[in-house]
Design a protein around this ligand. Structure first.
Ligand code: THG
Length: 265
């Protein structure tokens, strides 16, 4: 499971405050905590909605890159912000989060993607009509996104389709709709990868981390390759590690045994 650490996101109040106050130490601590917990990519989101997203994301990138150069996942809905920030990222293993099936976004983002060969791209299965309620319509958008990204030169394994999991609190079928999406994408396109904002599933419920980590197990079994989540959340990384082993993806149980030996379980 490729974990994309979600904690450096301006919708979280401590991060919004750190950005406002230019508290670099706080951001660096959040980066290190997530890497130590097992995040591979760090998602950076500076969308405070105060018209300074570009400057703020530039600042986040520079701060996070001061100590280490971790793989980054640039999380913005504004193609202009992504275009300005991508050249600043030092680690070539970078993710663009995200493109959608919306025509305006496609038109603005495809040239940016073409000019950054090797970048991984998260593609959301929504279009001008919004997020489809059913699996089939999400699959139609997914096929279109695979075609578009392929024609931009993005390799299949660098495409991360996000089937946009919706809260089970609003419709109890929502987790299943997402799991079916993942299974079908992996059946049709084994090379294409899948991801999701994991905690969306538990929105509106108590004890969210309990729901999140059980959903991670199910999604992992359905073939989910990656998750945007909080690696410091209780049980999250343990669930991922044990599930990978039980699904036969941890040769000789080495990762699991090592994690116990190192006191991570
Ligand atoms: N798909 C993709 N990218 C995404 C998402 C997705 N990026 C953003 C988001 N969804 C995933 N990241 C976060 C980051 C932080 C939080 C949730 C998701 C978070 N939320 C608090 C909560 O829900 O309780 C609210 C903030 C707070 O007040 O602390 O922390 O789906 N591709």
């Amino acid at each position: 499971m490729i974990v994309i650490g979600e904690r450096i996101n301006a919708t979280r109040k401590p991060i919004a405050r750190a950005i406002e106050e230019k508290n670099a130490a706080h951001i660096r601590r959040e980066a290190l905590r997530q890497i130590e917990a097992g995040a591979f990519y760090l998602d950076l989101n500076a969308g405070l909605g105060r018209g300074r997203e570009k400057e703020d994301l530039v600042w986040l990138i520079s701060v996070v890159q001061e100590t280490a150069e971790p793989p980054l996942c640039l999380d913005s809905s504004d193609p202009e912000v992504l275009e300005a920030c991508l050249p600043l990222v030092k680690n070539p293993d970078v993710m663009v989060n995200s493109i959608t099936g919306e025509s305006a976004r496609i038109a603005r983002l495809t040239p940016v993607i073409k000019s950054h060969p090797g970048a991984k791209v998260i593609a959301l299965t929504m279009d001008d009509a919004g997020i489809p309620a059913d699996t089939d319509r999400r699959l139609v958008i997914a096929e279109r996104l695979i075609d578009i990204l392929g024609s931009c030169g993005v390799a299949q394994e660098d495409i991360f389709l996000d089937g946009l999991v919706q809260p089970v609190s609003t419709d109890v079928r929502n987790a299943r709709i997402f799991l079916e999406f993942v299974k079908e994408v992996k059946r049709r396109h084994p090379q294409v990868r899948t991801t999701c904002g994991l905690s969306n599933v538990s929105f509106g419920l108590p004890k969210r981390s309990l729901v999140n980590r059980h959903f991670l197990v199910l999604a992992c079994a359905a073939g989910l390759d990656s998750a945007i989540c909080d690696p410091t959340e209780e049980g999250m990384m343990s669930s991922a590690c044990v599930t990978e082993m039980l699904l036969g993806r941890d040769e000789f149980c080495m990762q699991y045994i090592r994690s116990v030996r190192e006191g991570r379980q």
